[in-house]
Design a binder for this molecule. Structure first.
Ligand code: PAF
Length: 283
């Protein structure tokens, strides 16, 4: 069932709650691929009812980002969801979510702002305000859907860590289920933004996962020093890569690591053909 209106969705949720059914939410911005489908599959297995939200959230895009060209494929998304056993696809308009006017103005919207320590690094450094937009919309979706479980991909690892922190700090009654990164056979992490890459760009993009898997191999062989592990990355990069960051951080607190251990995530962001790609691996 496709629903565009908050009130209509709420009515349905109320009925399910009365029946004692568990509800899973898979928040997405659409352009669904196998990565999203793995989250959806988990929700359908675990919960009595599954809601997939499809909403390209304007307030998490910066002024020079790809809001306008972000792929919008609602018909295909809906079909995929139906085939996967999803009960409701919730696809509100920006107006339905944020009201008339003021959509992009901080002055006219109550925001959920995660702690500075979590957002002044990694993707937050180049995407100022991005995680405020994410936390705000995710909070709204939690309030609208009132899910028992919500499913997030580990591909957006900083987002996942920040959302977990928000749930804990604000006592939001939902259990977050993290889902592993889904990769193409080549190793490339699935992302809706891969659509922007040419065939050659997709080959150049393999540097990200090669760097990460090579670091993991070196770590498993006993190299723990982060500078030494970082050094191993450079042989995978050429003039077609603009490395934005390669960082080793704690998997819960995002604190920087000088020595890698089993609580370490290696985060990488590289621009290929001007498309910003991210990936990460747990050591
Ligand atoms: O990960 C995403 O696709 C988005 O950031 C999310 C969680 C759906 C919020 O808009």
């Amino acid at each position: 069932m496709l629903i565009h209106k908050i009130e209509e969705l709420r009515k349905q949720i109320k009925i399910w709650k009365k029946q004692g059914l568990t509800v899973g939410l898979v928040p997405t911005m659409g352009a669904l691929h196998n990565g999203h489908l793995s989250l959806i599959k988990k929700s359908v297995e675990k919960c009595d009812k599954t809601v997939v939200s499809v909403f390209v959230n304007p307030i998490q895009f910066g002024p020079n980002e790809d809001l306008d060209k972000y792929p919008r494929t609602l018909d295909a998304d809906r079909k995929l969801c139906e085939d996967a056993g999803v009960d409701i696809v919730f696809a509100p308009s920006p107006k339905e979510m944020y009201g008339e006017g003021h959509i992009l103005s901080n002055d006219f919207l109550t925001y959920v702002v995660p702690p500075f320590f979590y957002v002044d690094k990694l993707c937050g450094k180049s995407r100022v305000g991005h995680f405020d937009g994410v936390c705000t919309v995710v909070n709204k979706l939690f309030n609208i859907v009132q899910p028992d479980f919500a499913f997030f991909g580990e591909k957006d690892r900083q987002q996942l860590i920040i959302i977990k922190k928000m749930i804990k700090d604000l006592n939001i009654p939902v259990e977050i289920i993290p889902c592993p990164i889904v990769r193409e056979e080549s190793g490339l992490a699935l992302s809706s933004r891969n659509k922007y890459l040419t065939e050659n760009g997709k080959i150049e993009a393999l540097a990200l996962n090669r760097i990460l898997f090579n670091i993991k191999t070196c770590y498993n062989k006993g190299i723990k020093d982060v500078s030494a592990l970082t050094e191993t990355a450079y042989s995978f990069l050429n003039e077609n890569h603009a490395l934005e960051y390669l960082e080793f951080r704690d998997k819960d607190t995002l604190e920087e690591k000088k020595t890698a251990d089993n609580n370490t995530i290696v985060f990488i962001a590289v621009k290929v053909e001007n498309v910003r790609l991210i990936d990460n691996i747990e050591l």
